[in-house]
Design a protein. Structure first.
Lengths: 138, 140
């Protein structure tokens, strides 16, 4: 476990602080001990990680490219990467992805043509772009 | 679908902005993350404050709650904070059980494995975004 001291909150956005390389952390819930940490070399990891229904796989997304990293929860080893093509092509990722009921299809909402991208997690392929007319207007 | 009138059962006011809340699976505790200060546990029946977790800075939206399995459950709430920490907090009294420090900022709620054994989260270079993660309501 990293033992560095907590930073005062007013320093959080200070420019001289080292930037995180962006990492995924697995911690024992009872003790706070680190089980593993994986650094994919992407500083733009966002949203909460997404767990598969059986808890065996973990999906993490990059806001910069739309890339999705899939890893094994037991040791952090990589299962696969679904490369994104960036905001210009794919649009900005709007929210955390969701898994379909069978745990196989990953749905990623983007703002490109208000689409939802469906990714087959077994094949690492985009299988469908589901277009919707507009944002959810209330 | 028919519209129904709803009634405010109780109202609880805090000094700062409330940024998220979650109803615990026992339905008797409501956890509220309050901007720039604390995590507050309310009694869902009357809105009274049960405890306030000390020294949390900028908690991120949606603290999560253990789900009744595993070594840490059902006694723990896990809270990420923008001061580069993730904390485990005792549901009963608000005491911090452990603190995990990160290099980057954890901007979203941790997730708990189905068996309750592990907590997963990401840190990054402080990338911010507008939307918040959906609340996790277990047993609702």
């Amino acid at each position: 476990m990293c033992r560095s001291p907590a930073l005062p909150s007013y320093l959080i956005s200070a420019p001289f602080l080292p930037l995180s390389p962006g990492a995924v952390h697995a911690v024992r819930s009872a003790t706070g001990d680190r089980m593993w940490a994986y650094t994919p070399g992407d500083r733009h990891l966002i949203w909460s990680p997404l767990l598969s229904p059986d808890g065996g796989s973990l999906y993490v997304m990059s806001s910069a490219t739309g890339t999705i990293y899939a890893m094994r929860t037991r040791d952090g080893s990589m299962i696969g990467i679904s490369p994104g093509t960036g905001k210009e092509a794919d649009g900005e990722v709007l929210s955390s992805p969701s898994l379909g009921g069978n745990g196989r299809i990953l749905y990623v909402p983007t703002d490109k043509r208000s689409a939802i991208k469906a990714i087959d997690t077994c094949e690492s392929l985009v299988v469908q772009h589901l277009s919707i007319q507009s944002y959810f207007m209330v | 679908m028919r519209e129904r009138e709803v009634e405010v059962v109780w109202r609880s006011t805090f000094g700062n902005k409330s940024i998220s809340m979650i109803l615990n699976q026992d339905r008797y505790n409501v956890f509220v993350a309050v901007d720039r200060s604390n995590l507050v546990c309310l009694d869902s029946r009357d809105g009274s404050v049960k405890w306030t977790a000390p020294s949390l800075s900028y908690p991120v939206p949606s603290p999560i709650s253990a789900i009744g399995l595993g070594p840490a459950a059902p006694a723990t709430v896990f809270v990420a904070s923008r001061d580069r920490t993730v904390r485990a907090i005792n549901k009963a009294n608000g005491q911090v059980m452990w603190t995990y420090f990160t290099v980057g900022i954890v901007t979203d709620a941790p997730v708990l494995s189905p068996d309750g054994y592990a907590v997963f989260f990401t840190d990054n270079n402080g990338t911010s975004h507008v939307q918040t993660s959906p609340f996790l309501m277990v047993g609702w």
